[in-house]
Design a protein around this ligand. Structure first.
Ligand SMILES: [Zn+2]
Length: 222
């Protein structure tokens, strides 16, 4: 891709740029912002990864993703009081249990209490069949990401490793994917101060939730 093509791609993606073929500071800054947004090194260099990401972004724009079904009117557990602290982020997790094995909220609660916590660490649990169960009440600060619990809600899906019990794998069933998306969308509607949806692996050297939220529909909800 030459400079003009890169500028045209960025302009198409909504960056305010003049497509003049001259690589100035505006082009560089737009490119760096784009790279950062796609989880690439923000070096302003048009390498193979950046070209791939630009092409993917253009393709996504041309072909909008199918809209997830709207959130059901009454989500389980939504009768619980809203958190009064400011919630600005929703963090996604996996239970790190083998593909296909269902795990109950009570089991997870047992693990967490066993490690000395007062309750299950997550606020919501998404089962293999797409049902969503309440965990720790939203009004209470969770225990799911070291140092980032106070302004966040933790949502976990059951699964996250292959059948061998250790290899990280995005094991979400189609029902789980749809339910996770709908539930997080409903949480954003419930907490309009939410500014981002992230994954545990963005804050810790862990595989959890075994996929990159930034490259998932979940990462594009806000
Ligand atoms: Zn986690």
């Amino acid at each position: 891709m030459n400079t003009r093509e890169v500028q045209a791609a960025l302009a198409r993606l909504g960056y305010a740029l003049v497509v003049d073929g001259a690589a100035g500071p505006k082009t560089r800054s737009a490119l760096e912002t784009f790279q950062r947004g796609r989880g690439l090194a923000a070096d302003g260099i048009v390498g193979p990864q950046t070209i791939k990401a630009l092409q993917a972004a253009i393709a996504e724009k041309a072909e909008p993703r199918t809209q997830a079904p709207p959130a059901p009117p009454s989500l389980p557990g939504f009768a619980q009081p809203r958190a009064t602290r400011r919630i600005d982020e929703i963090i996604i997790h996996c239970t790190a249990t083998p593909e296909g094995r269902d795990v109950s909220v009570e089991t997870i609660r047992g693990w967490h209490i066993g490690q000395g916590w007062k309750d299950i660490g997550y606020h919501w649990v998404v089962m293999l069949d797409g049902s969503v169960k309440p965990g720790r009440p939203e009004a209470q600060v969770g225990s799911h990401v070291a140092g980032r619990n106070s302004g966040t809600l933790g949502v976990v899906y059951v699964g996250g490793v292959a059948a061998d019990g250790k290899t990280p794998k995005d094991t979400r069933t189609p029902a789980q994917k749809a339910a996770l998306l709908a539930h997080v969308r409903a949480l954003i509607a419930r907490y309009p101060t939410v500014r981002k949806v992230t994954g545990h692996n963005q804050y810790a050297a862990k595989a959890c939730p075994s996929f990159d939220v930034r490259r998932d529909d979940l990462g594009r909800l806000v």
